[in-house]
Design a protein around this ligand. Structure first.
Ligand SMILES: *Cc1c(COP(=O)(O)O)cnc(C)c1O
Length: 476
């Protein structure tokens, strides 16, 4: 080993020395001794490795002075006590953004979270009988009223709902599914893989673009446990296509005594066509076909917390409820509190499209979005950021979250161009703010889509750009 390296290694401070220095700096008011010690070891080890990695560059390497090591440890500790899961501004225009937490919760839902989850609750306690109750009973009646279903059950998310129902009816047996519906939802959720994990054998029928009723009928036999129809959610097959409609599948299932399930993905309670959007059959429409069981998410078009909602015939759901897997996939009290509040909002459809941010964002008229864009534009122009040009533009937002895949929603954008920074550098700076702003880049411009930004978030954009511009020497 070169002498310079040996020298540097010799000068690495001892853990106890660093600990003493940090104690003087008052670190133990922030973190306990063992956490600080672990952080010290990590920092000193990293320094040692860095010295070893250097090749003949001993001179360039600053001495691992104790002050510098202590400073690094302080940073590590500071970082450890900082929230990783943080609020961000969704400027992408993707309304149900899977990576940004999908549906924001309503004020009503948040209040319920605090009220119910901050203390004890009757989560599994029957107040009338004074004995054990069932957690999913709290939302059973309201779900039945909203949908016309005979019975309801809620679990952790829709993936869990699919797994649970398929396992209940088809473990060790066959599930019949069209090849046109073997979808990947994103985040590695693939329908065929979930089927396999549920212990069912997938019986694929038809072709990618065409599956007929007769294709189902041909394979139904003593091994068939379930006929499954899956909402294709995030894509559409167009052109020369054919699929068996749900009513026909229901009749087929009845004829052969096989239950029929429909995984709806989004599951919509709102008549979206009233707001100029594509018609998406509502949950009530779907249940009218007589389908045995349907599943959908709580945090897609429903606009609530992550949850898997299972609706259907009473006898069918009784079997699902008895499945021991139900215990492993059960919904927690926070979700339940937020879900109940969200469902009560859906009892007043006109208010739901205002009170639930997902629905409000989806159905807001372009004129309102444009007005908001102009307001942000003028607020930003008042700041006179040097070197920054901002302009109002037209564009389209997307529903996202595997909902309404072909729906283009007109929107208003602000395009932001910096004289000093490339669009990708600006986009990165926006992402690294205390309240990160997640924007998209198109045609060499950073775009803020005002459909997914609310007025309360303007302050983060204004202050964020101020911070970026001041660290650039007042000019962007
Ligand atoms: C989104 C989706 C799922 C998964 O739902 P999660 O609530 O994310 O678990 C399953 N099936 C379909 C068709 C979907 O669109």
């Amino acid at each position: 080993m070169e002498n310079s390296k040996k020298q540097l290694l010799r000068h690495l401070p001892k853990i106890d020395e660093v600990m003493n220095l940090l104690e003087q700096k008052g670190i133990f008011s922030k973190a306990p001794r063992d956490i600080v010690r672990t952080a010290c070891r990590t920092v000193v080890d990293n320094q040692r490795q860095e010295i070893m990695r250097r090749e003949g560059a001993g001179k360039e390497m600053p001495e691992p002075l104790i002050d510098r090591v202590a400073e690094k440890v302080m940073q590590v500790i500071e970082d450890l006590y900082t929230f990783r899961l943080r609020k961000v501004v969704n400027a992408t225009g993707v309304i149900l953004h899977t990576n940004l937490g999908r549906s924001p919760l309503s004020d009503d839902a948040l209040r319920r979270l605090i009220d119910v989850a901050g203390g004890y609750s009757n989560l599994e306690f029957d107040l009338a009988k004074g004995g054990r109750g069932f957690r999913y009973d709290h939302v059973r009646r309201i779900l039945c009223v909203l949908s016309g279903a005979e019975d309801a059950l809620v679990v952790n998310n829709n993936a869990a709902a699919v797994l649970l129902v398929v396992n209940t009816f088809a473990e060790g047996r066959e599930v019949v599914v069209s090849r046109g519906e073997l979808v990947e939802i994103g985040g590695e959720f693939r329908i065929p893989e979930v089927m396999e994990k549920s212990g069912a054998h997938l019986r694929e029928i038809g072709t990618t673009n065409r599956t007929r009723l007769s294709d189902y009928e041909k394979v139904i036999g003593s091994e068939t446990g379930l006929i499954l129809k899956v909402h294709t959610s995030n894509f559409k097959i167009v052109g020369f296509t054919e699929e068996a409609d749900l009513s026909a599948l229901v009749s087929l299932g009845k004829r052969y005594g096989v239950p029929v399930m429909n995984d709806l993905g989004s599951g919509c309670f709102t008549e979206l066509d009233r707001y100029g959007l594509e018609r998406e059959p509502t949950v009530r429409d779907v249940l009218k076909t007589g389908v045995d069981v349907i599943t959908f998410s709580g945090d897609k078009l429903l606009g609530g917390p992550q949850a898997g909602i299972i609706l259907g015939r009473e006898d069918t759901l009784l079997k699902v409820k008895k499945n021991p897997l139900n215990r492993a996939l059960r919904i927690d009290k926070l979700t339940l509190a937020a879900l109940e509040a969200t469902l009560i909002q859906h009892l007043q459809p006109e208010k739901a499209v205002i009170g639930l941010r997902t629905l409000k964002t989806l159905t807001e008229p372009l004129s309102t979005v444009t007005k908001r864009a102009k307001k942000l534009l003028s607020a930003l122009q008042k700041e006179r950021f040097e070197g920054l040009s901002i302009a109002l533009k037209k564009g389209t937002s997307m529903a996202g979250g595997g909902s309404l895949p072909t729906q283009e929603i007109d929107t208003a954008l602000l395009s932001v161009v910096s004289a000093r920074m490339s669009p990708s550098a600006l986009e990165e700076r926006l992402r690294s703010l205390d309240v990160p702003i997640i924007a998209r880049i198109s045609d060499d411009e950073v775009l803020f889509d005002l459909r997914t930004i609310v007025e309360e978030e303007f302050i983060y954009i204004r202050e964020g750009l101020k911070k970026i511009s001041s660290s650039q020497g007042r000019s962007l």
